[in-house]
Design a protein around this ligand. Sequence first.
Ligand code: 16G
Length: 260
Amino acid sequence: MFYNEMRVAMPLYVQVKQLIKEMIDKGELRPGDRVPGERELAERFRVSRMTARQALNELEAEGVLVRIQGKGSFVARPKIRQALLALTSFTEDMLLRGLTPHTKSLKTEVVEADRDLAELLGLVIPREVWRIERLRTADGEPMAFEVSYVPRRLCPDLDEQLRKEGSLYGVFERVYGLRLVRATQTIEAGIASREQGGLLGIKAGAAVLLLTRLTFTDEGVPVEYVKSVYRADRYKFVAELVRVAEGREPVRVTQKELPR
Ligand code: 16G
């Protein structure tokens, strides 16, 4: 089985990995299915248990398989592929994928922005902002935990409107007539705290994606600064990159606009 022309130069564990991936691609193994264990793979493919283990370990590290202690390895569900170019809301993103979005509002309060936040949101006086903590779910599954900061003067009764509408972008656009046109976003690797893990249904210390987004209206007014924690096992971000033509300036954001 291994010694066809294509595969002859590849290390054995890579071949085992490929065979498992092919089984997934062909639908012979579906998300949630148990993958044969080390011993079974070793027997089936006539490789050592160490080779089988290495293949399983790498597939787990790549997020193709999920290992549950004492139970074995299972095919992971495909991650949500989130485009990096479009300025969309969580609600829109989930609906687009045929998933039902839901928001659990954890805390809504008015706070005084500290200096950094005031600078990002372009606030002098008053510096009052809404601080909104929300857990976002799709088909009942926790996906992200978000803390948003919105200048109070732009949205005086945001708490009430959000309770009625559910979608923050919906409230911005439909209630306050704010037209969102662009945002700067950062993405970093992180690990879930115990509290975040509890909310997101993952272990404390599991990989997460930390995002910030600063969103502007068509008049260049900063309307929201958000810090989000996304499950790294459920999300991947996808961007199309274009080579900048000679003599053309790449798109730049000013240092001041760049969220921390
Ligand atoms: C996205 C945004 C968040 C925004 C939310 C609005 C990131 C990382 N997250 O989740 O800033 O508040 O969409 O969604 O940019 P909603 O309209 O469904 O409340």
